[in-house]
Design a binder for this molecule. Structure first.
Ligand SMILES: [Fe+2]
Length: 544
């Protein structure tokens, strides 16, 4: 509202991304069905979010000052589907959404159509219901492997490439295909449907061995460590196979060339790349925020196009929906703090920054409006030279403080992407918002060591000039100097913190971690040598 200069009473509607009563119904039903085992889950759920959600209309109404009759609700998977389909540059597409759970649905399939001068439709024709859920299957392994559910799933995917899928047969005991093309979970192996204490049952532990202690690092040199990696590889394989089977069937049924994917499971870039290669669809679209955050955009679009029946409009094909960064604010902060700072024209700024990167400096890069979604797509990024393992280790050690099996991602201009990465047809599109994992071409792996995962792949962002012109120019300038127009691109934050948004957040992060140069708008800041020394000493002390 601030951005648009609107007051609450000017809103046509406020849309909430799921139907609270249906969710309440699901939780109540499951609690009763599992009685008495579930008695612990129910009061907890009530206390956490349920009470709030049931009263959502009143809460929104009183907080925003919008009358209750203007508050609308979409179903959760309608929101996912709308976020995926209505933001994609296509007018007809098959749709598949999959996550942990919404109200009841955990996976839906259907199709959408945007008619010029006509109605927009999204028909979700079939759904799989809780507790049968691909998201919950993956989340159960996430918990078993000692990572945080709803947050650590990407770590399971990263760990998977260190393992071999030796336990696929065991995982297949947990999930059974049904004759109609869906699947069921064997609930004897799970407890998430009855308790919040633990998501897997003792039969699960009989099958896969003891769970990992989250506080102990994974050592891949030991048999234990390899078992965890093999577990991850096995569930990853089964997830991929299931999605490939379902999207193949959806392609046969719809005979459409385009597929839109939504829901948190669509963050699995390895699975997405296999869907693109194997399902028969020519193009696969994943929005920049396929998870629940993107439902905000999805439900608003759903209400506009379908509830109100407004005519279709193109949605700009970029992820930059956030607040803009103010370079002058950074200049002011730096001046007050006595930092080395200059304000440059774009041409000079880009050349200087390319020179910094070539000299091995780590650059905090803030440009324009912030990206929406979990991936840094070039407006709030930490950039660095992608060539050496030392750079990867330095970033992990000095900035990201994170596990060594987590790879960094590269960004490359679309014009030369195929030289460095093995992209199938449609691959560049999937890589627009970093939604696919693709092989680095073998001849470039040693020169792209900081961004090549142990299995030779990378979660590459393929950049079109129009989407982020300054980053595109920087890549080209870097390419002229180094011979390789590829940069390491990771989200601009330190471990455990959200991505920086405003200039002051970028500045504070720059001051207390191993970033050498900070750019926001036309302002460029270089860390003083004395401060770099201080940081190193501090790091040493902390180690000691
Ligand atoms: Fe969801």
């Amino acid at each position: 509202m601030e951005h648009a200069g609107l007051e609450p009473q000017e809103l046509d509607a406020v849309v909430f991304y799921e139907r609270p009563m249906l969710k309440f119904d699901r939780i109540l039903t499951c609690a009763l069905r599992a009685f008495p085992r579930s008695w612990r889950a129910f009061p907890k759920a009530m206390k956490n979010s349920l009470g709030e959600k049931v009263w959502m209309r009143g809460i929104i109404s009183s907080h925003l000052g919008v009358p209750g009759n203007k508050i609308l609700f979409t179903e959760h998977h309608q929101s996912h589907a709308a976020a995926a389909f209505l933001t994609a540059p296509t007018h007809r597409a098959a749709i598949l959404t999959t996550d942990g759970v919404g109200e009841w649905a955990t996976l839906t399939v259907g199709h959408g159509e945007r008619r010029v001068n006509g109605a927009t439709t999204i028909d979700l024709t079939r759904e799989i219901r809780f507790p049968h859920s691909l998201g919950m299957l993956y989340a159960t392994f996430t918990a078993f492997l000692g990572f945080a559910v709803n947050d650590g799933e990407y770590k399971v995917m990263g760990l998977a490439s260190y393992g071999r899928p030796t336990m696929v047969d065991q995982v297949r005991r947990l999930i059974h295909p049904t004759p109609d093309g869906a699947f069921t979970l064997d609930l004897d192996y799970f407890e998430f449907q009855t308790t919040v204490e633990r998501s897997y049952s003792s039969r699960f532990v009989d099958l896969f061995g003891p769970p990992r202690n989250p506080y102990e690092p994974i050592d891949l040199e030991t048999a234990e460590g390899r078992r965890y990696a093999d577990c991850a590889a096995s569930v990853q394989r089964v997830l991929e196979d299931t999605l490939v089977d379902m999207t193949r069937a959806l392609h046969r049924e719809t005979e459409l060339p385009d597929l839109c994917l939504g829901g948190g499971v669509a963050l699995n870039g390895v699975a997405n790349a296999r869907i693109l290669r194997e399902s028969g669809f020519d193009r696969v679209f994943v929005p920049s925020a396929p998870g629940d955050a993107g439902c905000a955009l999805g439900c608003a679009l759903y209400a506009d196009r379908i509830h109100f029946g407004n005519p279709d409009r193109e949605i700009p094909d970029h992820p930059f929906w956030g607040p803009s960064v103010d370079g002058d604010e950074l200049a002011r902060l730096a001046r007050e703090d006595g930092q080395l700072m200059n304000e440059l024209e774009d041409g000079d700024l880009i050349e200087e920054t390319a020179a910094d990167l070539e000299a091995g400096r780590v650059v905090g890069w803030m440009d324009g409006a912030m990206e929406f979604g979990p991936r840094a797509l070039g407006h709030r990024s930490i950039l660095a030279a992608p060539h050496s393992v030392e750079m990867r280790d330095r970033l992990n050690r000095d900035i990201k403080y994170r596990e060594e099996f987590r790879p960094f991602a590269p960004v490359v201009p679309i014009e030369v992407a195929g030289r460095y990465f093995d992209l199938p047809p449609g691959g560049a599109r999937l890589a627009r918002f970093m939604s696919g994992v693709f092989p680095v071409r073998p001849e470039w792996r040693s020169r792209l060591a900081a961004v090549t995962h142990v299995d030779g792949t990378a979660r590459v962002q393929v950049l079109e000039r129009d989407m982020a012109p300054r980053l595109h120019a920087l890549l080209q300038a870097y390419g002229r100097r180094s011979g390789i127009p590829v940069l390491l691109n990771t989200s601009f934050n330190v471990a455990g913190e959200p991505i920086v948004n405003r200039a002051v957040e970028g500045y504070l992060t720059f001051r207390r971690c191993g970033i050498d140069v900070l750019v926001a708008g036309q302002t460029r800041l270089v860390k003083r040598a004395s401060q770099q020394q201080k940081e190193k000493e501090k790091a040493k002390e902390e180690v000691a």
